[in-house]
Design a protein around this ligand. Structure first.
Ligand code: NAD
Length: 249
């Protein structure tokens, strides 16, 4: 199915995990993909695979983010989809009593401020077109919290969820849909790194997932492609859970 034929789609965090799987899925669905990452090697590789464009950018830097959307528009003539997905995992001890202010601020910058900047710079193009779909990566922890003490991470994702709801409501009449994607635990380098530090944490997490396993990134990408496409035309301001049932358990 080529539901995104000739749509211009910006993907941040395109070089790895959920971003990379989505780049592949978007390309399969016919999109022109603009791959954004800090990592030049993985980002370039993703863009080559998708026959798209790589823009090296730090999503916490407003000039970089403005350049990303300007480049997408100048190269391909529109900005139809923004998948604002780049993020980092929690610091080692992310409990409220241990997390330092610098670590807290860094997580908010990369996970939350980046989404604010990407929405701010994508919306003017979509507004002119009278159409667009924005998908912001939150997490299941934004909905249910986490017993594993990750205060800065959970708070950042709660912010992404609230911002997506707000923007979804605000821009609905202008044809711009905004949804928060809330994945459960996904088998990506981010999760592997977290569990390598604390293998028991993986087991603890696993027992709470009704489907009995972690998601593959391609399963998350399938949901992103749905939210990006007109198949989800009546969905905006949602918390879109793709979590193996964990939030309902
Ligand atoms: P990942 O580590 O595999 O990929 C993240 C990508 O983002 C990397 O390519 C990295 O270079 C890029 N990146 C990081 N900081 C950046 C910056 N400042 N500017 C530009 N690019 C930057 O991670 P993933 O597991 O694919 O996670 C993607 C998103 O999904 C994140 O927002 C994460 O919080 C969220 N998420 C992940 C899981 C999971 O279990 N893996 C669950 C829920 C939500």
């Amino acid at each position: 199915m080529r539901r995104l034929q000739d749509r211009v789609a910006v993907v941040t965090g395109a070089g790895s995990g959920i971003g990379l799987a989505t780049v592949r899925r978007f390309a399969d669905e016919g999109a022109r993909v603009v791959c954004v990452d800090l990592d030049e090697v993985t980002g370039t590789k993703a863009a080559e695979e998708a026959g798209g464009l790589f823009v090296r950018a730090d999503v916490t830097d407003e000039d970089d983010v403005a350049r990303v959307f300007r480049t997408a528009f100048e190269t391909y003539g529109s900005v139809d989809v923004a998948f604002n997905n780049a993020g980092i995992s929690p610091p080692d001890d992310d409990s409220i009593l241990e997390t330092g202010l610098d670590a807290w601020r860094r997580v908010q910058e990369v996970n939350l401020t980046s989404v604010y900047l990407c929405c701010k710079h994508a919306i003017p193009y979509m507004r002119r077109q009278g159409k667009g779909s924005i998908i912001n990566t939150a997490s299941f922890v934004a909905v249910m919290g986490s017993a594993t003490s990750q205060i800065s991470y959970t708070a950042s994702k709660g912010g992404v969820l609230a911002m997506s709801r707000e923007l979804g409501v605000q821009f609905a009449r202008e044809g711009i849909r905004v949804n928060a994607l809330c994945p459960g635990p996904v088998n990506t380098p981010l999760l592997q790194e977290l569990f390598a530090k604390d293998p028991e944490r993986a087991q603890r997490r696993l027992v709470h997932i009704p489907l009995g396993r972690f998601a593959e990134a391609s399963e998350i990408a399938a949901a992103v492609a749905f939210l990006a496409s007109d198949d989800s035309s009546f969905i905006t301001g949602s918390e879109f859970l793709v979590d193996g049932g964990i939030s309902g358990a």
